[in-house]
Design a binder for this molecule. Structure first.
Ligand code: PAZ
Length: 309
């Protein structure tokens, strides 16, 4: 008997991301800078985590998450005065650029044939102006730190390290865990080295359970922070029950429950003494109002109460 926990075993058997040291240093500098200015710092996780099936990875298992929840919430947290560490899946939605349509992006500009001058066409300027101004304000105050990942293992290493880095902020730290984290994975020592061949017949995979990291996160890595986790279901009859169970089990601050099918229109927010429903109407949506704006308004108000306790 070793006495180690399943999460400790996971980290012992999982290689450290090559960028971890650099990320830890950048995040520590970021936190120190904002701590000295009395600004609260949020860690937002966003997007899906990929599970490789080969060491030389040709294929991986993935999930649906687009990064909308995390990237939009990051913008609203910045507006509410937080500095944000944005721990996100590479190539998922990103704050600010998510509001620029990739397909029509190049139509917004006109390149002069005789010089290197580029101008913005009429009709695109006002939309780009709003996004650029918000982006520039964020840059000027050094309020956004970007940490990309692709695989589950890298995500979990970064989560643990960043939680440790945030812990000196105590109650001023907010953890907002919107990433869709896989419950299953293939441990490194069970993965084939090379590309799985199709001439061996149908592929059978055995996936192991990923240890629940919310437990050490709440108890050890960042114990005084305000921690908001998300719960995704597809069956409405389970949602409220599962959200409450998670709160009871991990003893953190808030669980936000959402259904895959309606996640952009409706969520429940559950804390120890309260459960509320947040909704957004079609009319509000047609005016460009996003549910994340309402979620963040509530998170900010609950986090402020907590900081003042
Ligand atoms: O990234 P997205 O906007 O497409 O989806 C957001 C979400 C449903 C992944 C998020 O709100 C969520 O519930 N995350 C936690 C999922 C889970 O592991 O239960």
């Amino acid at each position: 008997m070793t006495g180690s926990t399943d999460w400790e075993d996971f980290f012992s058997a999982t290689p450290v991301p090559t960028e971890l040291e650099r990320v830890e240093k950048e995040a520590s500098d970021f936190v120190r800078y904002h701590l000295s200015r009395g600004k609260p710092v949020a860690l937002v996780s966003s997007g899906g985590t990929a599970i490789p099936i080969e060491l030389n990875t040709v294929r991986f298992i993935d999930n649906f998450s687009s990064g909308q929840r995390g990237s939009a919430s990051t913008e609203y947290l910045l507006q509410e005065g937080y500095a944000v560490i944005f721990l996100h899946r590479k190539q998922s939605k990103y704050p600010f650029t998510r509001r620029v349509d990739q397909e029509t992006f190049l139509q917004a500009f006109l390149a002069d044939a005789n010089s290197s001058r580029v101008t913005v066409r009429e009709g695109f300027a006002s939309q780009l102006h709003t996004v650029l101004q918000e982006y520039q304000n964020c840059n000027a105050s050094c309020s956004l730190l970007s940490v990309p990942f692709l695989y589950l293992s890298d995500y979990l290493w970064y989560l643990r390290t960043l939680a440790h880095v945030l812990s000196p902020l105590k109650k001023q730290a907010l953890l907002y865990l919107a990433a869709a984290v896989s419950d299953f994975y293939i441990p490194k020592d069970k993965m084939p080295e090379h590309k799985v061949q199709s001439d061996g017949g149908p592929l059978k995979l055995e996936l192991q359970l990923v240890p629940k990291m919310l437990k050490p996160l709440v108890c050890l890595w960042c114990p005084e922070a305000y921690i908001v986790s998300f719960k995704l279901e597809t069956d409405i009859s389970l949602l409220s029950k599962k959200a409450k169970e998670a709160l009871l089990k991990y003893k953190h601050n808030v669980v936000i429950g959402n259904l895959l099918q309606t996640r952009k229109e409706s969520v429940i927010m559950v804390k120890q003494d309260e459960e509320i429903n947040i909704q957004i109407s079609h009319e509000e949506q047609s005016k460009g109002i996003e549910i994340e704006q309402k979620i963040i308004a509530v998170v900010k108000s609950w986090h402020s109460e907590y900081m003042n306790l």
